[in-house]
Design a binder for this molecule. Structure first.
Ligand code: OOB
Length: 542
């Protein structure tokens, strides 16, 4: 099949007949994010859009700030289609930066605060980013020193923009101009880059268009029954697809509600915010839900405004799911989604059993979800197999990854999620496992190959396998099983080594085991299944 590209080189478009169907059904509405914010500001004017600490911005104020920053970015020379890596903690400026970039047609890449030199360096290089947006520091970490290191490895980078004290770089607050003309943009073009959890050596970049992403945002808001009275508390890192769009902060703005930003997800920070702002909805990963459930026992009074919580990103046990309604006093919605597109929700009026034992059904009637065997043949209804999908907001290819795309997508455009799941007759999905070589550490994804490749650069390491082991709190934690070169090596050294290579903290192995050899399969690949069994049974293959 001929490769169909969007205007941005290295991206894959939907075939024309699919694009036409998505437009005809009214799912793609031919609007950009810049235009959408304008519409929301006209509709909701003085209503509160964002609460961040003591700051409260109305929709009108947010829109005006976006206009001024966008004009300033134009003056700085930022052009349509240029890539900008945005790495900010949960803060109101994140909206201004992203929407200003949308308005000038530049493309924000949604980096997470935890990313370090290895990840950010790669994002800047692979996307040929011209600018990098950071906060001055968060806790004890100074992002300006990271930016100085990034500048060395990313020759395309022209600007580092800083929220707060700029140091040697440019203060975001100084980028300001009188708004004039903004370019006319094509909503079928790329709006933003999301990041793949990944299972390969380097994380893949996911190009999402205005058309497709806005559709998923609006439809999510509808499914979660958001309206102008909704108050969404953002506790997860706001650049992640889940709190950003499912329905997240953008879904809340699309519905005319209020977004409250939490600097941290712990009950001590989040519960008082819920009480103060009358929060009605939030979204979180399973380990956090456990933490909240435990904390809620004597603090239920703070949670009275909460109507629903979304839990997703990793599997949420049915027993814990059953505790949500009685102990938090609100409705649970399970979410099974992915940055590549497809998102499933249990619906608010579903029976409790369905809500607690499935991960919901797709957003869209045009989402195609199939369960197939190893040869891509459809399995009978109810059987466990590989979940593959295509639809109006699921990408057809990763950015600048032609070779990987051959494996990650079927020839007719279905994305291979790497998840093992079953479907029921009503189209509800139950996720029961994973075929991809990835560890889901409480919603944070660790690609085994990425860590293994780093570790193989250590002189004392001859061979290594990173596997996930069951963990009561996180669901899974990581274990690096190492065959050494005869030189002693321990966990402290392994962690230190990976840190020195600039890897995000959540990717550092929780446990390290030194073994004489790794079990192999018939074809000579490392037998990770057997390794996991041996480790879980306490039988370390010495
Ligand atoms: C969300 O997105 P990603 O891109 O960080 O991770 C996607 C992967 C899925 O392929 C699946 O392996 C896992 O995360 N996952 C779940 C799950 N939700 C996601 N596994 C079991 N149960 C669930 N409920 O994680 C994400 C994106 C949008 C909304 C929600 C989550």
């Amino acid at each position: 099949m001929a490769e169909l590209t969007l205007g941005l080189e290295g991206t894959t478009a939907w075939p024309a007949e699919f694009a036409e169907r998505y437009r005809k059904t009214g799912y793609w509405v031919d609007q950009t994010f810049g235009e959408a914010l304008r519409e929301w500001a006209q509709r909701s004017g003085e209503a509160t859009a964002v609460v961040c600490g003591e700051r409260r911005w109305s929709y009108r104020e947010l829109d005006q700030r976006v206009d001024r920053l966008a004009a300033g970015l134009q003056q700085l020379g930022i052009q349509p289609k240029q890539r900008v890596v945005v790495q900010l903690p949960n803060c109101a400026e994140w909206f201004v930066v992203c929407f200003a970039l949308f308005r000038v047609g530049a493309i924000p890449l949604m980096a997470l605060p935890a990313h370090r030199l290895a990840e950010i360096g790669y994002f800047c290089q692979h996307s040929e980013a011209v600018a990098y947006v950071i906060a001055d520091n968060v806790g004890s970490f100074d992002y300006r020193s990271l930016a100085a290191e990034i500048k060395v490895v990313a020759p395309t980078l022209e600007h580092v923009l800083v929220v707060g004290e700029a140091g040697p770089f440019t203060a975001l607050a100084e980028i300001d101009a009188e708004p004039s003309e903004f370019p006319t943009l094509d909503p079928a073009e790329v709006a933003l880059f999301q990041l793949s959890g990944g299972s390969t050596g380097v994380p893949k970049l996911i190009a999402r268009t205005h058309d497709d992403y806005l559709y998923s945002v609006r439809a999510s808001a509808e499914i979660c029954e958001l309206d102008a009275s909704s108050v969404y508390l953002c506790v997860l890192p706001m650049a992640h697809n889940f709190p950003m769009s499912s329905p997240g902060t953008l879904g809340t703005l699309a519905a005319g509600g209020t977004v409250v930003l939490a600097p941290q997800p712990s009950p001590d920070v989040a519960f008082p915010l819920i009480a103060r702002e009358g929060v009605t909805i939030t979204g979180m990963v399973p380990p956090l839900a456990l933490l909240w459930l435990d904390a809620a026992a004597n603090r239920k009074a703070e949670l009275t405004s909460l109507k629903q919580i979304l839990v997703g990103g990793a599997s949420f046990g049915a027993d814990t799911a059953h505790r949500v309604q009685p102990e938090l006093g609100c409705q649970l919605q399970q979410v099974y989604g992915m940055a590549e597109g497809l998102v499933n929700y249990t619906r608010l009026d579903d029976p409790a059993e369905l809500i607690c034992t499935t991960q919901g059904r797709p957003i869209s009637p045009l989402d195609e979800v199939r369960i197939v065997d190893d040869e891509d043949k459809d399995l009978p209804l109810g059987e466990l197999g590989h979940l593959i999908t295509r639809g109006p907001y699921t990408i057809r290819g990763y950015y600048r990854a032609a070779e990987h795309n051959q494996r990650a997508f079927t020839s007719d455009g279905f994305y291979r999620t790497g998840d093992l799941a079953r479907l029921n007759a009503a189209g509800y999905v139950s996720v029961e496992g994973r075929a991809k070589d990835q560890i889901n550490r409480g919603g944070e994804k660790v690609a085994a190959e990425e860590i293994e490749q780093h570790l193989l650069n250590h002189p004392a390491i001859h061979d290594v396998a990173l596997v996930g082991l069951p963990d009561r709190f996180l669901g899974e934690r990581t274990c690096a099983v190492i065959v050494s070169n005869g030189v002693n090596i321990n966990r402290r050294e392994v962690v230190q080594f990976l840190r020195s290579r600039g890897l995000a903290e959540y990717k550092l192995p929780d446990r390290v085991e030194i073994v004489a050899s790794l079990p192999k399969t018939g074809v000579g690949k490392i037998n990770k299944r057997l390794l996991r069994e041996q480790l879980s049974a306490g039988r370390v293959p010495a």
